[in-house]
Design a protein. Structure first.
Length: 208
């Protein structure tokens, strides 16, 4: 993954989010006719994929000189003993461990390598993006069993003028209705739906 590709990926995601905000801003006064967000999701095939900015602990059993902590560079690569410049972004921790094992096998007999993500950012496609009338709109790393309430706490809730019950969840190019006012202001936990990696939450501003 080169830096130009990484930047273009960010631009593409941001443009899509901006377009969604503009669309929903124009339609916020109308009723939200999207179907409700699913209350059950399946993560049976989910595996965390390393992204730029992630902090990794690389352990090589009985080789303390090769055991190290590194951060994934913006170009998706890492620098570690005997594996300088190896690609990490886009791989699962187990896949990266296997790549490192193959590299150092020339120097270490039967190496046992582990990779643990100690600080998560995640690939763009695995983050949760919250845009529009949130207190702190941003993309946050997905965590296993993350819910809508988790995401809203992470961004500080809604702005005073947000139309939370007109919010929309975008998942795999499909749109679903969210009721953030009911969840955050009235404690209706039935509206606390589970999230999936790559979800985008768009919160329009109400007319006032």
């Amino acid at each position: 993954m080169n830096s130009n590709f990484f930047r273009s990926d960010i631009v593409r995601v941001l443009l899509g989010c901006v377009a969604a905000v503009l669309f929903l801003g124009l339609t916020a006064c109308a009723s939200n006719n999207f179907p409700p967000a699913p209350r059950q999701v399946s993560l049976s095939d989910y595996h965390y994929v390393i992204g730029p900015g992630d902090a990794l602990h690389i352990g090589v059993w009985q080789n303390p000189d090769l055991t190290t902590d590194v951060q994934v560079r913006p170009d998706g690569r890492i620098s570690a003993p005997l594996v300088d410049g190896i690609k990490a972004a886009g791989l699962t921790p187990d896949q990266l461990a296997d790549q490192i094992k193959q590299r150092i096998a020339k120097f270490v007999r039967d190496p046992v390598v582990t990779v643990v993500v100690s600080n998560f950012h995640g690939a763009l496609g695995q983050q949760i993006s919250i845009v529009g009338a949130a207190a702190r709109p941003q993309s946050i790393p997905y965590r296993e069993k993350m819910t809508l309430l988790d995401a809203m706490i992470a961004v500080g809730g809604l702005t005073p003028y947000a139309d939370g019950n007109a919010a929309v969840l975008i998942r795999n190019q499909r749109h679903y209705a969210l009721r953030l006012d009911d969840l955050l202001h009235h404690g209706i936990m039935a509206d606390n739906v589970p999230l999936l990696p790559g979800d985008t939450i768009v919160i329009p501003q109400g007319w006032f």
